[in-house]
Design a protein around this ligand. Structure first.
Ligand code: ZN
Length: 270
């Protein structure tokens, strides 16, 4: 069995604890770069193979809301994660989250054309300085298959970087917008996405059935990044035996959880 790659865990809770009143996590790149570096370095020290930049909520909608320059923020975030990973073998990822808007024809929400522009701007910003270009792009916490596909298409139009795409399935097996794992897998099967999978929403013990459904409907390597729980690392073992290729944590996970998961990976595939 090939050894699974270890992704990182949550950064939001750590940043909120260091920066009281932080309105949106990406702002910390500009206001508290030391705290962002500290959490990246903790994940590198936990044995992560890939560390993600603090760019989950960095997009034109939040740039307008909070008054920052998107390109400058993304460049700062990438330089922080690159610096933290520099003395290790860890790779870096640009982290792209959902817009939080519902896709549709209603201009008060988000048209597909506007969504494509928003994701294009993010990847343009990430590619604008050669030394800060990330190794991977991770599109995560998606609830709409259509939005995930628009984000993927926008990124792929600009670069050849490996792209991971993960959606958030609840214990019911559906996302917030009702998407099913089989439909997600089918939509991405013909693309060159490096991997697809699930992140956020459930704790590890509640996600096995969803993982099995993804596995049954996709030939791609699979990613699992559930939320934290008291038995997080132990409960992740089953995903490794089921064949997960990329594992990490989402909301509520810490560098300690990820270090424990590193041990589980090494024990499972020695
Ligand atoms: Zn999460």
């Amino acid at each position: 069995m090939e050894r699974a790659k270890l992704l990182d865990g949550s950064t939001g809770a750590f940043l909120l604890s260091k920066v009281p009143g932080l309105k949106s996590t990406e702002l910390a790149n500009l206001t508290n770069p030391g705290a962002v570096s500290e959490i990246h370095r903790a994940y590198v020290a936990s044995g992560c193979n890939v560390v993600s930049a603090n760019t989950f909520s960095a997009n034109a909608l939040n740039a307008a809301k909070y008054g920052y320059d998107l390109a400058q923020l993304i460049q700062t975030a990438l330089s922080l994660v690159k610096e933290a990973a520099a003395d290790s073998d860890a790779l870096t990822a640009l982290d792209i989250g959902a817009t939080g808007k519902v896709l549709g024809d209603d201009p008060d929400e988000l048209t597909p054309e506007r969504a494509y522009e928003i994701y294009s701007e993010i990847i343009d910003a990430a590619l604008s300085v050669p030394e800060n270009v990330p190794d991977w792009v991770w599109i995560e916490t998606m609830s709409s298959i259509e939005e995930a596909f628009i984000a993927f298409t926008a990124v792929r139009a600009k670069c050849k970087l490996p792209i991971l795409v993960t959606m958030s399935f609840a214990e019911s097996g559906r996302t917030m917008y009702g998407a099913a794992p089989e439909d997600f897998a089918a939509k991405f099967e013909a693309t060159d996405a490096a991997a697809i999978g699930m992140n956020c929403f459930v704790t590890p013990d509640k996600g096995y059935a969803i993982f099995e459904r993804l596995k049954a409907s996709s030939t791609k390597p699979l990613v699992v990044q559930p939320n934290g729980s008291a038995t997080f690392a132990a409960d992740m073992r089953r995903y490794l035996t089921l064949g997960a290729s990329y594992v990490g944590g989402c909301c509520g996970t810490t560098p300690e959880d990820i270090a424990a998961l590193r041990k589980v990976i090494n024990d499972t595939t020695s």
